[in-house]
Design a protein around this ligand. Structure first.
Ligand code: ADP
Length: 278
């Protein structure tokens, strides 16, 4: 990471976090966590071209991205998108329109056929091996089907991420409990996934995605298997994470969830991206 570190002028949203966690959140991509007043709910600017404020480096930047799978399926075409640090972006569109493909490109699970993709200042589509693995540590991912380890408890599922990244026992303990509390599951820490409701399993998967404080969270249809109440609860948690500075990109085909929010929305239709609300 070579970009200049910009300090936010107002970090009140991060003030509830331990000092080192806050510093890590701000510094990991060496990007601005923009100062957006809690009293100002207006969506942050999200531009298709270069951002108007040259001091803000986008956290995600796609230029002319095309994705054609090896079987000839054209998933995305001519996609341009800029997401700034601290944004909360909904990606909507019908099933098969290319939403998951977009997120898979962003965490380097798929590579674009054409175009460039920057996450922070790293061209993620060119990264391989250890560099890609290191980059993925800075990106939390939540899936529709939770992907929990069935034979591990809630606490173990979440702690596993930290353990795999070499965190000390003390640090794992220090991070685990506030994260479980944040998703309302501190009382279920010793349960196994099959002892939880779908909504609870999804909250475990969110805890797992953010326990190492990634600056970017990608959620692929996180409410796809949930009823209306649980869907709202999941979106509320994602908004809470966004309010402490995590950039959130969430795909959904649930029009209702999008309608009741005031966050920016893009729609993908037949592989083309359109801005519905900025
Ligand atoms: P969405 O998430 O909006 O439902 P996807 O991104 O999963 O859409 O899929 C977009 C298009 O790409 C679809 O036509 C789908 O069949 C195709 N597709 C997705 N993944 C693959 C794959 N691994 N191999 C071939 N085609 C794929």
């Amino acid at each position: 990471m070579t970009s200049v570190l910009h300090r936010p002028t107002d970090d009140t949203k991060l003030s509830g976090l331990p000092e080192d966690v806050r510093a890590r959140l701000q510094d990991r991509f060496k990007l601005v966590v923009p100062a957006r007043s809690a009293a100002d709910p207006s969506p942050s600017p999200m531009l298709e071209e270069a951002p108007s404020n040259p001091d803000i480096q986008p956290i995600v930047s796609l230029t002319n991205v095309e994705k054609v799978y090896t079987n000839g399926s054209k998933a995305l075409a001519g996609v341009n998108l800029t997401v700034n640090p601290g944004d909360f972006l909904f990606v909507t569109g019908p099933s098969g329109s290319g939403k998951s493909t977009l997120l898979k490109l962003l965490y380097g699970y798929e590579r674009p056929t054409k175009g460039s993709i920057l996450v922070g200042d790293e061209p993620i589509s060119n990264l391989r091996g250890d560099r890609l693995a290191m980059m993925r540590r800075r990106i939390g991912v939540v899936f529709q089907d939770y992907k929990l380890i069935p034979k591990r408890t809630v606490a173990e599922n979440v702690a596993f991420v930290l353990w795999a990244q070499g965190f000390t026992r003390k640090e794992i303990h220090r991070r685990l409990w506030p994260t479980l509390k944040m998703v309302g599951l501190q009382g279920k820490a010793q349960c196994f996934p099959d002892e939880l409701s779908g909504g609870e399993q999804q909250r475990v998967s969110i805890a797992r995605a953010v326990v190492n404080t990634p600056p970017l969270l990608l959620a692929d249809e996180p409410t796809g298997n949930l009823d209306a109440d649980n869907s709202l609860q999941v979106i509320k948690i994602l908004k809470k994470l966004n309010s402490i500075g995590i950039t959130v990109i969430v795909t959904t085909h649930d029009e209702h969830l999008v309608r009741i929010s005031n966050h920016p929305v893009v729609q993908i239709k037949n592989g083309r991206l359109h801005h519905l609300r900025r």
